[in-house]
Write a protein that binds this ligand. Structure first.
Ligand SMILES: *Cc1c(COP(=O)(O)O)cnc(C)c1O
Length: 395
């Protein structure tokens, strides 16, 4: 997964460009910057790469989600359907928008189950945020059809799936807006960074303004720019954008290596009768970031995960026990342990999160192990890995 594994001359060169001008700000300073616009260049190349109309590079994936929610008009009291298996940031962004996260079940796609989403809709439901988890797609065609039929905002959390696609269309480009993360452990990294993308010019304009205090980014004098809306500061610096630009140009190589490594292991493990793989709605659009598989029950999965770690098979995640990626351990949410009172806590539709029951998701997550695919693995290393995995998983 992590782009940091292949840092090199390219990243250093882009950063050096910025350091030589001394212009770390992504806007203005037209003369001093000697033609270097790293954030703007990233946006242009990213649009071309994932075939989308507009992109705005920002300070993090969490920021991207906040920007998307604001631009799409999702705010106080609105219910937003989210999966319980995601990095907790998806939920944080909804809470901080003053909106109400509503948890739907996941299925063996490891993403939202469209039937469960449908069952939870109320007249306060405003948006759905499917998360394309662990490098591959949710059942995005069905979720999109549902959102269209019910007139709901669709925001894709594609933070873990840059470069992934479904039936030839890139993840993040199906809904009103798509969100990406370029944090230090993601497929592409800026150090810290994120992006929102959309094909809607008006949503882009709002997102671009919201991420920079409402600035409309027209003209040459920031002091004279207009502000139609309130915003915040979710800007990226040119230094971070420079790292990301070099990384973006490596995306094809990253995907190729990941897919090759993953396929080799997946093919070898296909002989293990006790195990089956994650359901991928379109296997050809998988980024190969993770190999996810299911064991027959919770005990078998927990045992296998421990044995794999013991045997030195690194990068295996048993999400069911993980504090950050599955609702089961989100005690801060269940207890509403906040630094300051959230708008949600004043609302009559504030759920009691300690009582949320997700039996279908528990059943899926209890049996799931995901293994991170690294770029730096050698063929011999992969062979050894397969041998160790077979010994533990075949029995
Ligand atoms: C990483 C991640 C985020 C948040 O991104 P940051 O850049 O770390 O803020 C949001 N959602 C998912 C699914 C993620 O994996």
């Amino acid at each position: 997964m992590p782009g940091f594994e292949i840092f090199g001359e390219e990243e250093r060169k882009e950063v050096q460009d910025v350091l030589e001008t001394g212009v770390l700000f992504r806007y203005g300073f037209d003369g001093a910057r000697k033609g270097h616009w790293k954030a703007a260049s990233f946006e242009k190349e990213f649009c071309r790469r994932i075939q989308v109309g507009y992109a705005h590079l920002c300070s993090s994936g969490t920021a991207a989600l906040s920007i998307a929610l604001a631009a799409c008009g999702v705010g106080a009291g609105d219910e937003v359907v989210v999966p319980p298996f995601t990095f907790v940031a998806t939920v944080e962004a909804v809470l901080l928008a003053g909106a109400v996260p509503v948890f739907a079940e996941i299925d063996e796609s490891l993403c939202l189950d469209p039937a469960s989403v449908k069952a939870l809709l109320t007249d306060r439901t405003k948006a759905v945020i499917p998360v394309h988890m662990c490098g591959a797609m949710a059942r995005i065609d069905e979720i999109k059809a549902l959102c269209e039929a019910e007139n709901l905002i669709l925001i894709e959390d594609s933070c873990q799936s840059v470069g992934g696609s479904f039936q030839g269309k890139y993840l993040g480009t199906f809904g009103h807006m798509g969100c990406f993360s370029f944090d230090p452990v993601k497929t592409l990294t800026c150090g810290e960074g994120g992006a929102v993308v959309t094909n809607d010019r008006e949503l882009y304009r709002k997102a671009d303004a919201y991420a920079d205090h409402g600035h409309d980014h027209t003209g040459n004098d920031r002091g004279l720019e207009q502000h139609d809306i309130f915003g915040c500061n979710y800007r990226i610096s040119e230094l971070n954008a420079a790292v990301g630009l070099a990384q973006l140009r490596k995306l094809d190589r990253i995907l190729e290596i990941q897919r090759k490594h993953k396929n080799k292991i997946k093919n070898a493990l296909a002989d293990c009768p006790a195990l089956h793989f994650r359901n991928l709605p379109d296997a050809s659009g998988d980024t190969g970031t993770f190999l996810s598989f299911f064991l027959p029950d919770e005990d078998a999965a927990r045992y296998a995960a421990a044995e794999l770690t013991k045997a030195g098979v690194d990068g295996c995640f048993y999400w069911f026990d993980n504090n950050w990626h599955y609702i089961r351990q989100w005690t801060h949410l269940k207890n509403m342990s906040t630094a300051a009172r959230l708008p949600l806590q004043l609302m009559d539709n504030c759920p009691d999160y300690s009582k949320v029951e997700l039996p279908q998701s528990d059943k899926v997550m209890g049996r799931t192990i995901s293994m991170l695919i690294r770029l730096s693995w050698t063929e011999a290393g992969i062979d050894t890995r397969i041998e160790k995995m077979m010994k533990i998983l075949k029995g």
